[in-house]
Design a binder for this molecule. Structure first.
Ligand code: HEC
Ligand code: HEC
Length: 271
């Protein structure tokens, strides 16, 4: 927490600098009243395609899509007003004010979790996170503690929206953007010609070689010529039952804890 205060100051200064440099910033952005109005407009005009909370349906999962395709506020405004030509995304006939309210809502939905007020008891969430019941540390590290097999979560709150984190824990059914996100994080089982069996996450897989990180965090450089059989999982190795394994209260606490993880990866002090 002390480190955070030190980090926050330069961030604030640079944000102010952007505004004074003329970057577009509508007063609706981050205004709770505008965001609430935007949420209502979203439910009537957009939710039918993009699903509640932007989890997707006929249209793409907005929360995930906007993680990879970052749009500036005015680009988001334009996408809402004019639609995306050549796709099912239609133009709208909303006033400027309404369009900014929607923009503010989508921003809030897709901005870092650390920016949102997350209800729940972060300290209880922390205990749950490190418990055997959750077993998150079997696959994830926070500040160098835990396995390096899955993504590092030291900055998960600072880098990902709350809805995104919730969806990682309780994945929506049939979300193709999730499978896309698995590229480079596929679970694999490799049977070597000498009989050794390795399981873990594959990084940098090609026809000739494979890098595998196992639960211990050890990196195995594998020559495909030495491989007898390779099985690649087509779904995430992350358990999909957290929605039922945890009570609603536990899930809230865990999200509150994750939202406070805001150290940037370069400062994790990873060994
Ligand atoms: C009829 C279905 C439909 C409706 C209604 C709809 N969308 Fe979309 N939207 C889509 C599709 C399909 C795409 C993907 C377009 C593409 O392939 O790039 C999309 C893309 C987007 C994108 C991403 C644009 C980008 O460049 O990445 C945003 C943001 C978005 N929609 C917001 C909204 C909002 C806000 C509303 C309500 C005003 C809305 N959409 C209503 C179908 C819809
Ligand atoms: C068996 C291994 C495993 C366990 C246990 C596990 N995860 Fe994951 N997790 C992964 C992998 C691998 C990914 C990478 C993408 C994917 O597979 O969905 C991931 C992705 C995530 C993401 C998204 C990260 C990002 O930046 O995209 C979050 C958040 C997350 N896990 C949180 C948790 C929490 C919290 C727990 C414990 C309640 C947990 N995970 C337990 C393997 C695991």
């Amino acid at each position: 927490m002390r480190i955070l205060a030190a980090l926050a100051l330069p961030l604030l200064l640079s944000a102010q600098h952007d505004v004074s440099a003329g970057a577009s910033k509508n007063p609706a952005i981050q205004d709770p009243v505008a965001i609430a109005a935007g949420a209502k407009l979203y439910a009537t005009s957009c939710g039918g395609c993009h699903g509640p909370d932007g989890i997707g349906g006929r249209g793409p999962n907005l929360v995930r899509q906007l993680q990879s395709h970052q749009l500036k506020d005015d680009e988001l405004f334009a996408a809402i007003r004019y639609g995306v030509p050549g796709t099912d995304m239609p133009p709208t006939r909303l006033s400027d004010a309404e369009t900014w309210q929607l923009t503010a809502y989508i921003r809030a939905l897709t901005g870092p979790a650390s920016d949102s007020k997350v209800p729940g008891d972060a300290a209880a969430g922390e205990r749950l996170y490190w418990s055997a019941k959750a077993a998150c540390a079997d696959c994830h590290a926070i500040l160098g503690k835990g396995s390096r097999m899955g993504p590092d979560l030291s900055n998960i709150g600072g880098s990902r929206p709350l809805t995104y984190i919730r969806q990682a824990l309780t994945p929506p059914k049939n979300d193709p953007s999730r499978n896309f996100a698995l590229m480079g994080k596929e679970g694999v089982t490799v049977t070597m010609k000498n009989g050794v069996v390795l399981t873990g996450i594959a990084r940098n897989r090609s026809n000739y070689s494979l890098q595998l990180v196992d639960k211990q965090g050890d990196l195995h450089l594998i020559n495909m010529a030495d491989v007898k059989a390779l099985t690649v999982k087509d779904h995430s190795i992350m358990p999909e039952d957290y929605g039922t394994r945890f009570t609603a209260g536990e899930m809230r606490d865990l999200l509150a804890y994750l939202a406070t993880q805001t150290i940037r990866p370069s400062e994790t002090g990873a060994k």
